[in-house]
Design a protein around this ligand. Structure first.
Ligand code: F6P
Length: 326
């Protein structure tokens, strides 16, 4: 297929994730290699409305594979979701003669892409980039591995002081609606408790388990808490533990620290593969899909499934954890 001079746009949207730059580099270099013009839209959907279009060549993406964040910026836009916003987006894409749009982001970004597809006939292709890993259609999202490693390094350090002072620590990790980071980092750091939005729990039972652990000789305990779990975050749980069982603890909220930093090799390679695959899919004429990797194989998923289907936490890790923390 002759792809000479076709214009393919790309934007990053929602929370940034380490590896987004690596995906962008891959899209630009593979796209230009196939004769496409690659146009970056700065500031996500917000920039799409403000007509912030900018051509990118291979040299513009030099030395970014190792950088966290996104050099083309990201944003969350409420205006984009309105009928007037979508109309404006369509007009700007048409005026700039864009034929395809790659969205690097999470399920919220893809939902926005789904709305845009109702008014704009171009090819929309999603690349999953979010530290949360809560996107159907790919085993891992870009940024998840880095965020987990960042959180794990933090918890390893907390473990030192927890052990010295024989204290309980609650460490809150990101994941507004999902416990992927919490489960992975909880296992990787040997946490005694892992609290995730997907699982119900009783604070009193947790207190009892922690006290039993202490009686068995555990000098310190780490509880990993996903920010999205419904009891209201690590601070509230710590207060409840104090009220119910007089358990004194310390709380650490890792927060946005988890979103920054150099991407791991795993995230850089995943981002490079998914970026390239998105370009290939555009050249083949595909649209309204997300590229992903499942079982080590590159694949595509209808865009709509990325927010209508829910990816489950690893059931093996869930059953294993109680045994490991005994
Ligand atoms: O979706 C990624 C994420 O980092 C979530 O884990 C977190 O809840 C949210 O973004 C925070 O968003 P913001 O940076 O807008 O506060």
């Amino acid at each position: 297929m002759n792809s000479q001079h076709k214009k393919l746009a790309v934007l990053t949207s929602g929370g940034d994730a380490p590896g987004m730059n690596a995906a962008l580099r891959s899209i630009v270099r593979v796209g230009v290699g196939h004769g496409l013009e690659i146009i970056a839209i700065r500031r996500g959907f917000k920039g799409l409305l403000l007509d912030e279009f900018m051509p990118l060549g291979p040299r513009d993406v030099s030395n970014i594979i190792q950088r966290g964040g996104t050099i083309i910026k990201t944003a969350r836009s409420e205006e984009f979701k309105t009928p007037a916003g979508l109309q404006k987006a369509k007009e700007n894409l048409e005026r700039n003669k864009i034929e395809g749009l790659i969205l690097i982001g999470g399920d919220g970004t893809f939902r926005g892409g789904g709305e845009l597809a109702k008014v704009w006939p171009g090819q929309i292709i999603g690349v999953p980039g979010t530290i949360d890993n809560d996107v159907w259609g790919t085993a891992f999202t870009i940024g998840f591995d880095t965020a987990v490693n960042t959180a794990m390094e933090g918890i390893d350090k907390i473990r030192d002081t927890a052990e010295s002072h024989e204290r309980f620590f609650l460490v809150e990790v990101m994941g507004r609606h999902s416990g992927f980071i919490a489960l992975e980092v909880g296992i990787a750091s040997g946490a005694e408790e892992i609290l995730m939005p997907e699982q119900r729990f009783e604070i009193r039972e947790i207190c009892d388990r922690l006290c039993r652990g202490r009686a068995r000789g555990k000098a310190s305990s780490i509880m990993v808490v996903a920010e999205g779990q419904e009891t209201g975050g690590a601070m509230r749980i710590a207060k409840e533990m104090q009220r119910l069982s007089q358990i004194e603890s310390r709380v650490v909220i890792l927060g946005h620290l988890q979103r920054g930093g150099q991407p791991t090799a795993k995230d850089r390679v995943l981002a490079t593969k998914l970026g390239a695959h998105a370009v290939e899919m555009f050249i083949r004429g595909a649209g309204q899909i997300m590229v992903g990797e499942v079982g080590g194989q590159l694949c595509t998923t209808p865009l709509e499934e990325t927010w209508t289907k829910r990816k489950e936490l690893d059931p093996f890790l869930l059953t294993l954890h109680p045994l490991l923390s005994s």
